[in-house]
Design a protein around this ligand. Sequence first.
Ligand SMILES: CC(C)(COP(=O)(O)OP(=O)(O)OC[C@H]1O[C@@H](n2cnc3c(N)ncnc32)[C@H](O)[C@@H]1OP(=O)(O)O)[C@@H](O)C(=O)NCCC(=O)NCCS
Length: 150
Amino acid sequence: MMIKEMKGTPDYREIIDLIDAEWPHQFGNLSNDEKIKELQKGHNNQTDTLKFLYHQNKIIGFYRYSLFPRDNPQTTTAHIFDIAILPEWQGKKLGKMLMKDMIQDCQEKGFEKLLSRSFKDNVGSIKLHQSLGFSVHLETEDSIVWEIKL
Ligand SMILES: CC(C)(COP(=O)(O)OP(=O)(O)OC[C@H]1O[C@@H](n2cnc3c(N)ncnc32)[C@H](O)[C@@H]1OP(=O)(O)O)[C@@H](O)C(=O)NCCC(=O)NCCS
């Protein structure tokens, strides 16, 4: 297993299976092309950190985080946008490994707080955040916003 940072604008087409694994039903039933377009449009090279998890030459997981707020270069808070493991690789502590890598990456870059969000019907995501020591920052009707001090 190897975790590698992806610099520049990624080709999200490469990880469509991961995007599918992560896509919440709350975001609507989009086609693959539409999902890729959304991610491509939403990616910002200046503010986002993206890493892929490789098994041999295959990408089996990824994460992305950004500044929060995104338009404040002085901020010491980061926000997770994505974290996913391919379904056949889930439940093997790889999500936890990626999350630990993300926390360490944020610490090394000087961030003091990391925020994240789970939909309340996403048990895997909730358990993952709890297992890493995130606490509830706030709750909305359908989501939990997490925070962890770094
Ligand atoms: C959420 C996700 C990244 C977790 O990755 P994973 O590799 O399957 O999880 P891990 O094996 O590292 O498990 C981490 C912890 O969460 C628990 N956990 C993970 N999925 C779980 C589930 N479905 N039900 C209950 N517990 C679960 C594990 O038991 C473990 O807890 P522990 O360390 O206290 O024993 C993965 O399930 C995934 O890709 N889901 C689809 C994408 C997604 O929803 N991403 C989150 C967006 S916020």
